[in-house]
Design a protein around this ligand. Structure first.
Ligand SMILES: [Zn+2]
Length: 309
């Protein structure tokens, strides 16, 4: 209680002086006083090294805040209200117990620096690519099994640290990111060890065949098909889930051959991983059929993935 009283006094002082910044680091707080919501002019809040299990109430009304430091606390989640901090540029939540992120975080347009090392994150929201201003993304020491495909839309990203996670591959076109510093050591990345296998012709589900047919018709600019699709939102939703064959560019819905290509240090990348790390990065790719797989290319098959719906 005494500690909370001291924090409250600091908040009142900051409010009276109309401070732009408040430092509540190492105050032994289990909870942050909700009075912090009254610091409407505040631009920076430091709450590191406390014992917070929840974000302070009223924090989401501080729409001028640019920097928020919550390192070394006990947060298991970040509430969806974080999305209201429209001017947030730097968010640091390292050394907590985060298991997931709210997708609302991906709509903070100004966000440029996101530090999430030393947590328990298994995945990132699919919407992650909306963070087009994001420059620094630190995710070391989590439990990430994959990165969302949309991460390639983070076109400002120059520093990425995904070291010490559980990544086996990287999403398609990952090598196009403008990274200057990239850490990816200590991941169980797929290694280039080709093995022979006997491939059987696949039998597609009807839905897959129809979806491929329609999308190829659209490609051929058949206006009748196009009009029918525009008229059906359901159809649009289904077709939006599809992707393209990495080889022929043909459409595929939810049946494909899961492949990887191995990419060496790209020109733009100034890789700075440890010497023990692989110098070949496995990048995911999908091939539409064995017909494509049998052509000459540099993709290696992983498994035949079907996603029945
Ligand atoms: Zn193909």
């Amino acid at each position: 209680m005494k500690r909370n009283k001291m924090a409250l006094e600091a908040i009142v002082r900051a409010a009276n002086r109309q401070n732009k910044s408040i430092d509540l680091t190492r105050k032994g707080l289990d909870q942050c006083p909700s009075a912090i919501g009254q610091l409407t002019r505040i631009e920076e809040i430091k709450l590191a090294n406390n014992r917070l299990t929840d974000l302070p109430e009223g924090l989401d009304s501080l729409t001028n805040i640019r920097t928020l430091n919550l390192n070394h606390n006990r947060l298991k989640c970040i509430p969806a209200e974080i999305g209201r901090l429209k001017n947030l540029e730097s968010l640091s939540v390292e050394h907590n117990q985060l298991e997931e992120l709210p997708f609302e975080l991906c709509y903070i347009e100004q966000l440029q620096k996101l530090y999430l090392g030393y947590n328990r994150l298994v995945s990132l929201p699919e919407e992650f690519g909306k963070l087009w201003r994001l420059k620094h993304l630190i995710l070391h020491k989590n439990r990430l099994q994959e990165l969302p495909a949309s991460i390639i839309d983070c076109t400002s990203l120059t520093i990425l640290d995904v070291a010490c996670n559980e990544l086996r591959t990287f999403p398609p076109e990952f090598e196009c990111l403008p990274l200057q510093s990239f850490h990816y050591e200590c991941n169980p990345l797929l290694e280039l060890k080709p093995v022979d296998s006997v491939q059987e012709e696949e039998v597609f589900a009807l839905k897959e065949i129809v979806a491929r047919f329609i999308m190829n018709e659209i490609k051929n600019d058949d206006p009748k098909v196009w009009q029918k699709i525009i008229a059906s939102p359901e159809m649009r939703t289904i077709l939006n889930e599809g992707s393209q064959c990495a080889l022929c560019g043909g459409f595929l819905l939810n049946t494909w051959l899961e492949c990887v290509k191995f990419v060496t240090t790209q020109k733009g990348f100034k890789l700075s991983s440890s010497s023990s790390a692989s110098t070949l990065m496995p990048i995911n790719a999908r091939l539409c059929s064995y017909k494509c797989f049998r052509k000459k290319h540099n993709f290696y098959g992983i498994a035949h993935s079907t996603n029945p719906q």
